[in-house]
Write a protein that binds this ligand. Structure first.
Ligand code: PLP
Length: 361
């Protein structure tokens, strides 16, 4: 047993394997590996080392890109939200970041650039998500300004899918068609495009085009509704381990945890496990949420505390203090856990807190 009660073990070979699964799904596309939010909680630097075969890395924020450069990443780094003032633009030039351009303000910033660096930009079109990007009717003006700008060395085009996790949802087809129509007038320029996130990679081959942008699937999690990693040959890269720190019996009618949310209906054995919302295990996880205690599935009982949870182990073979507990990962897909906290795997993975040490294997 490790000396730590709780740790997130990161399987770097699984990351490499999952990149090869991306290649299998989209063999003709280049891969922009999305490593924002500390590589979805997996540790930015070890993740990019494991994913070194990707043609580019994408992050949300400037500081995340700087962390990549500081870690020795010399290749293409894309800022998915771009920059928002001249100071950030100068820093992006210094670091040779590629920029998302999705607002008129960002086009104007580039027009005012007087430095020697010429930027590679990704012009973002809003094909229906209504989050970032130029509306189709605004695209042409933005494109013409950028292509006439001395600050711009290269333009690529990009859009983001809102509903690709649901293969029965017709919105994805509409988004693809709108993107096609919008860029048709500049088709002669032969610009590279990017559409697919993980759900697009897994579920929508038409979205693969020249560049794919997987995040979640690189970490070994399915991005499609009602599917697990194993359905796609993906391997979970993070396993969150904790430890049983107490075992006790409670009588029928006795309650467990803060405000007594759960009441024993029978003589019950409870294991108290060292994980709580202070570690990123959500407080709103409901009774019955699955965990693996010494490799066997059991359900949590009572409110999640800051540092602990209770688990009903009555039906399990004898459990000892010190036994390992898996909260998600190998043997317990995070896809199966997240719904019990009314959330998605993304939030559980990138919500693992500073207190939890990452261990790499
Ligand atoms: C986060 C993000 C991705 C990756 O999405 P996944 O669902 O994790 O594959 C791709 N593109 C953009 C613009 C993003 O913000």
């Amino acid at each position: 047993m490790s000396s730590r009660l709780i740790r997130a073990v990161i399987d770097t070979q699984a990351l490499q394997h999952n990149l090869s699964v991306v290649r299998g799904f989209a063999p003709k596309a280049k891969v922009m590996a999305v490593v924002k939010a500390n590589a979805y909680g997996h540790g930015l630097v070890p993740a990019v080392l494991a994913l070194a075969g990707a043609e580019a890395f994408a992050v949300a924020r400037l500081e995340e890109g700087v962390a990549l450069r500081n870690a020795g990443v010399r290749g293409a780094v894309i800022l998915l939200e771009g920059v928002f003032n001249a100071t950030q633009l100068a820093e992006a030039a210094h670091e040779r970041f590629e920029l998302m351009v999705h607002t008129p303000e960002q086009v104007a910033l580039l027009a005012e650039w007087r430095g020697a660096h010429r930027f590679s930009v990704w012009l973002k079109i809003d094909s229906g998500m209504n989050r970032l990007g130029f509306r189709p009717e605004e695209f042409r003006a933005a494109y013409d300004t950028l292509s006439g700008s001395a600050a711009v060395a290269r333009i690529r085009l990009l859009t983001h899918l809102a509903n690709a996790d649901d293969q029965d949802d017709g919105v994805t087809r509409e988004q693809l068609a709108l993107f096609e129509r919008t860029i048709a007038p500049v088709a002669a320029a032969g610009l590279e495009c990017s559409i697919a996130n993980s759900a697009g990679v897994l579920g929508c081959p038409q979205s693969h085009v020249q560049w794919v942008r997987p995040g979640l699937m690189l970490y070994g999690v399915s991005a499609l509704k009602n599917r697990n990693a194993a359905d796609h040959g993906l391997k979970p890269a993070m396993t969150l381990f904790s430890t049983v720190i107490a075992v006790k019996n409670v009588l029928p009618g006795e309650r467990v945890g803060y405000s007594g949310r759960w009441t024993a209906a029978r003589p019950t054995r409870i294991a108290t496990v060292a994980v709580g919302y202070g570690d990123g295990y959500p407080r709103h996880m409901v009774d019955g949420a699955p965990v693996l205690v010494a490799g066997r599935q059991a359900g949590i009982v009572g409110r999640v505390s800051m540092d602990m949870i209770g688990v009903d182990i009555t039906d399990l073979p004898p459990v000892q203090v010190g036994d390992p507990v898996v909260l998600w990962g190998e043997g317990l897909p995070v896809e199966a856990v997240a719904p019990h906290a009314d959330t998605i795997p993304y939030e559980l993975l990138c919500g693992v807190s500073q207190r939890v040490a990452l261990e790499f294997k």
